[in-house]
Design a protein around this ligand. Structure first.
Ligand code: IPE
Ligand code: IPE
Ligand code: MG
Ligand code: MG
Ligand code: MG
Length: 380
């Protein structure tokens, strides 16, 4: 039998040593730590080393968060317009955050759809974990980071945003809406399954989004506020209203003012909410939230302008969806009203405006600025 009294444990995070039995451990529970940190349980180190530094579960969770999310890579590459904003580093960071988001989404599906019909779960999984950009959750995590808060404090909100976005895509592709058969490089949900299953998978993802924010809440007040902001953004006055206008404009057309309103609602509202939900998770002040919201408004419009442009100029291989469809369906789009060149210039103006809205946050907002820059540079 090994002599347990002499075993020395070292905290895997801070390196402090504790001889077994010398000090009474403070409250610790790896599942609670994992829960607070927003990481899968099986990624937390085992063996009781955590308590040697005397930190509480929350403090340990914060250390995990910092260790997992904060990269110390310098942003060194330069461009002429924005000397410190290059995309090279952003892509590494993007992939790291995407990994965190996907783990969280997978975990949510596993934990919260265990007792649902297999076909429904499969359809939800098929669409939610398909290879999308995860733009909205990443905006949310970077929104929190811009306020010097660990991004993973916003991981529940981030997951919820992707769920709502994914539901909107599933419904957007239905025959009664845009009638698309390709999404994220795969058959759309209703093609892979059937229409009824696709409708229900979308419904379930929307409900799950709100469940995740509330059930996994770190702070009930900020969780409630996040639900309110998200509900407003995607409801009748936001995304769903924008989708209605978008469909009606196919038949009755519209002018530039109507076009702006459609894009602001169908795409802009959720993108605005994405950064705001990051700010809420970071306990932002109302002035800070306003700046984030203004940034989100500009990025949202720019994003949809580029989506319209990619439908004209892009390829299915790059975008993972059919191109040339907006014109075919008579959609009201930026290139349709302004032409390709002027649309691109407008998108770039919105990006510049977005960047200036987060200037006040200093270096912590650099990833948000890079991301805005990426919006017009993207090819998918
Ligand atoms: C597509 O959104 C729908 C729009 C609002 C333009 P994304 O281009 O973010 O789609 P995914 O999530 O990467 O598939
Ligand atoms: C979709 O806009 C907006 C929402 C899903 C709310 P689009 O119809 O332009 O998106 P894509 O081009 O199908 O991805
Ligand atoms: Mg549409
Ligand atoms: Mg569509
Ligand atoms: Mg489109």
């Amino acid at each position: 039998m090994p002599d347990r009294r002499k075993r020395v444990r070292r905290c895997l995070l801070c390196g402090l040593r504790r001889t077994n039995g010398r000090r009474k451990p403070p409250f610790r529970s790896n599942s609670r730590i994992a829960f607070i940190a927003g990481v899968p349980y099986n990624t937390t180190p085992r063996g009781g080393a955590w308590d040697s530094c005397g930190d509480s579960a929350i403090q340990i969770a914060e250390k995990i968060i910092r260790r997992r999310f904060v990269t110390n890579k310098p942003f060194t590459v330069h461009t002429s317009k924005h000397p410190t904003l290059d995309l090279a580093d952003l892509l590494d960071r993007w992939n790291a955050l995407k990994f965190e988001v996907d783990s969280k989404l997978d975990d949510c599906l596993q934990r919260r759809t265990a007792d649902c019909p297999d076909r429904l779960r499969e359809a939800m999984r098929y669409s939610l974990l398909a290879p999308g950009k995860r733009l909205r959750p990443i905006l949310c995590l970077l929104g929190a980071e811009a306020l010097e808060c660990s991004p993973s404090m916003a991981i529940n909100n981030a997951a919820a945003l992707e769920m709502v976005h994914c539901y909107s895509l599933i419904h957007d592709d239905l025959p009664a809406m845009d009638d698309d058969d390709l999404r994220r490089g795969r058959p759309t949900c209703h093609i892979q399954f059937d229409e009824a299953t696709a409708i229900l998978a979308g419904d379930a993802l929307q409900a799950l989004a709100f469940e995740i924010i509330l059930a996994d809440a770190i702070n009930p007040t900020t969780a409630a506020m996040s639900c309110l902001v998200l509900a407003k953004a995607v409801g009748a006055e936001g995304m769903v209203g924008g989708q209605m206008d978008d469909l009606q404009a196919e038949k009755k057309g519209g002018d530039a003012t109507f076009l702006h309103a459609i894009h602001a609602r169908k795409t802009g509202a959720l993108i605005r909410a994405s950064v705001v939900l990051g700010g809420i998770a970071a306990n932002a002040s109302s002035e800070q939230l306003e700046k984030l919201a203004n940034y989100g408004d500009c990025v949202g419009i720019a994003f949809q302008i580029v989506d319209d442009l990619l439908d004209v100029e892009g390829s299915s291989e790059n975008t993972g969806k059919r191109t040339g469809k907006d014109h075919e369906r008579g959609k009201l789009t930026f290139p349709g009203i302004y032409g390709v060149q002027a649309s691109r210039e407008r998108a770039e103006q919105f990006v510049e405006q977005a960047i200036s809205n987060v200037d006040a946050f200093g270096p912590a907002a650099r990833p948000l600025k890079q991301l805005a820059h990426y919006i017009t540079a993207r090819s998918h």
